[in-house]
Design a protein around this ligand. Structure first.
Ligand code: OXD
Length: 309
């Protein structure tokens, strides 16, 4: 059994080592090394040039190295009839939760303002809102967004979520569907985007969204750059309607040096590091799915291509 590893950004040696230890029966093939495409059974993939999977005619399973698979589905040559599974990894989720907590606490504890005061040698205490009065809104409350919302709620914040469809067992209020989006935004002081990128969510963080947030709101995007309209964000920050934005993702990535986001005093940028896939915790589920396939058992975390996640 041969598994092809194809990624522009992941560490092939680290993945190879975990496969050698945990699944010696699987022959791990680096896409950059010479190999026979017809002999490849499975593919483990992340960012790669569109069309790169086209030569592999005998694929039986494609596994994503990450949770969001929008970029893979955009490849017109992505094999349409091969089972496709994504990663649902607690380590990946933990990283997202940690980043969202950091951004929330940073805004809640006004450290952005205090950094300005320090730069001006200004000893200047601000009135501090109570945690229970700080309204955080998490857009996208699936596996990762739900964990983000619960962790923030556990710190005592007033948390609500927004999702495509109604959810009743989340432990926090969930606004459902496009009709509830404006109401969700109107109550949200810190907006955290954890949505999957689909046709319906592309460009959702736009001028109308920012206008619907209360004045002084904060925006955190840890999902995909294409959720957010950069020029609309800059306009909302320049006008003072939004107080600050934290962006772990941009469109495109890497962010071109000409982008004003790099230099905007009200923007914090990180290079898509909110969470990184760790082969030690992610590989076991890739291996498990291969073994399930071989045993004729149902696969875990199959992508619903119609929904786009
Ligand atoms: C992911 C990512 O979707 O790292 O897993 O962006």
């Amino acid at each position: 059994m041969k598994l092809l590893f194809i990624s522009n950004s992941d560490r092939v040696d680290a993945w190879r080592a975990v496969f050698a230890e945990q699944a010696p029966e699987i022959d791990f093939v680096d896409a950059n090394a010479p190999h026979d495409p017809d002999a490849i059974d499975f593919a483990l993939v992340w960012q790669y040039p569109p069309g790169a999977l086209k030569p592999y005619r005998n694929l039986k399973l494609v596994s994503s190295l990450g949770a969001g698979i929008d970029h893979l589905l955009r490849d017109p040559d992505f094999p349409a009839h091969v089972p496709f599974v994504r990663l649902v990894d607690s380590t990946l989720t933990d990283g997202m939760v940690e980043y969202a907590l950091w951004a929330t606490l940073r805004y809640h504890r006004q450290t952005v303002e205090y950094a300005d005061f320090q730069a001006a040698s200004d000893w200047h205490p601000l009135p501090a809102p109570a945690t229970r009065e700080r309204r955080v809104g998490v857009a996208g409350v699936g596996q990762i967004g739900g964990a983000v919302a619960r962790a923030i709620q556990n710190l005592g914040f007033d948390v609500a979520g927004w999702s495509r469809s109604a959810k009743t067992d989340s432990g926090f209020k969930v606004y459902a569907g496009p009709a509830a989006w404006p109401e969700f935004l109107a109550r949200t002081q810190i907006l955290i985007c954890v949505l999957p990128l689909t046709q319906a969510t592309t460009g959702l963080l736009d001028a109308a969204c920012f206008a619907a947030l209360p004045r002084g709101a904060f925006v955190v995007n840890i999902a995909r750059g294409l959720h957010l309209v950069e020029t609309d964000l800059l306009a909302a920050l320049d006008s003072g309607h939004l107080a600050h934005a934290t962006l772990d993702v941009t469109a495109p990535e890497p962010l071109p040096t000409a982008s004003r986001l790099w230099r905007h005093p009200r923007v914090t940028l990180t290079p898509h590091i909110a969470s990184l896939t760790d082969p030690r915790t992610a590989a076991p589920q890739v291996i498990d799915n291969i073994r399930r396939l071989c045993a004729g058992m149902p696969l875990a975390n199959v992508v619903d291509r119609a929904n786009g996640y």
